[in-house]
Design a protein around this ligand. Structure first.
Ligand code: GLN
Length: 304
């Protein structure tokens, strides 16, 4: 029997004084103020066992991790023709790259790069009566936690500097793959990215992907087939141009965000999240990647 508390404590201890921990995202000014020393890990098994170490209970900006949750909400409420507006191929490019949009007629490579997430945001803006509020309530329901909120300063900060996202949304609009106003879609997108969660809330949010669509309350949020597909997309596209590296080193479906969070899972077993705000050159948490690599090496728990 593995002593999981000991495993994550050891990983935390070995990495917590690391000097080379990457750079905090500064292109969203509000994120530049986060202390790079923060470092937390949380692990949750389907049978209810949980383990936390370090800053596992501090809130941080989930940023692109939210793209998996908007995809889950859209997929559970929208028929399969969602896949006619966004593809399921890895991009091999940074998260905010635009070139493939032009080459591929405004169909984003996948829903986890920014352009793809903007199409999913557009779908939700069309579908929901009060898009931001309804999405926030969906996240609260999935996590069974009504304390989850948007950080409005982060959303505002990104709106003021989100030139790349404005460019992507305008390109999508030009290609006829955005039905709502560019500003409305971006307002929704900046807010979804500005949701704050702790490592503990994140492992709860992602239980539905590890448990065939059933969330922490055991209610069905997704069909087993939808959960399977989202896991496949996380594995192949969850880390942008580092998805191959993550599969190679860690071997779990997962998703990163420029707030420094990473959440990953082993279907039928567990979800795990790590937060360390310093990012590597590809925009993924540097210590987060290392911690997860150590976790699957020490426990031999990966999909491979
Ligand atoms: N809100 C960020 C952006 O659109 C999300 C990017 C990320 O977390 N990789 O640039």
């Amino acid at each position: 029997m593995i002593d999981y508390q000991n495993v994550i404590d050891t990983i935390h201890e070995n990495l917590r004084d690391e000097v080379n921990r990457g750079l905090v995202a500064s292109y969203i000014p509000e994120l530049a103020n986060i202390d790079v020393q923060n470092f937390g890990i949380h692990l949750r098994f389907l049978d209810g066992q949980t383990y936390g170490t370090g800053d596992w209970n501090k809130k941080f900006s989930i940023q692109s991790i939210s793209k998996v949750l908007t995809l889950a909400m859209a997929l559970s409420r929208y028929p399969e023709d969602l896949w006619q507006r966004v593809d399921v191929e890895p991009s091999g490019n940074p998260f905010n790259h635009l070139s493939l949009l032009e080459l591929e007629n405004g169909i984003p490579r996948n829903p986890l790069i920014n352009a793809g997430a903007l199409v999913i945001a557009d779908i939700l803006v069309s579908l929901l009566e009060n898009p931001k509020e309804d999405f926030l309530n969906y996240v609260r329901a999935v996590v069974d936690d009504s304390t989850i909120v948007f950080n409005l300063e982060v959303a505002r900060s990104e709106r003021l500097t989100g030139y790349n996202n404005y460019a992507a949304a305008n390109l999508l609009k030009a290609y006829g793959n955005l039905t709502n106003d560019v500003d409305d879609v971006l307002d929704f997108y900046f807010h979804q990215c500005a949701i704050e969660m702790t490592c503990e809330q994140l492992t709860k949010a992602f239980l539905m992907f590890a448990n065939h669509g059933k969330c922490c309350l055991k209610t069905n949020q997704l069909s087993p087939s939808q959960a399977k597909r989202i896991n496949a997309i996380m594995l192949t596209c969850g880390f942008y141009d580092e998805a191959g590296e993550f599969a190679f080193e860690v071997g779990l479906p997962g998703k990163s965000g420029v707030g420094g969070g990473i959440v990953a899972l082993l279907p039928n077993h567990f979800t795990i999240s790590v937060w360390s705000p310093g990012l590597n050159m590809k925009g993924n948490s540097l210590l987060g990647m290392k911690a997860l690599e150590d976790f699957t090496s020490m426990t031999k728990l990966s999909i491979f």
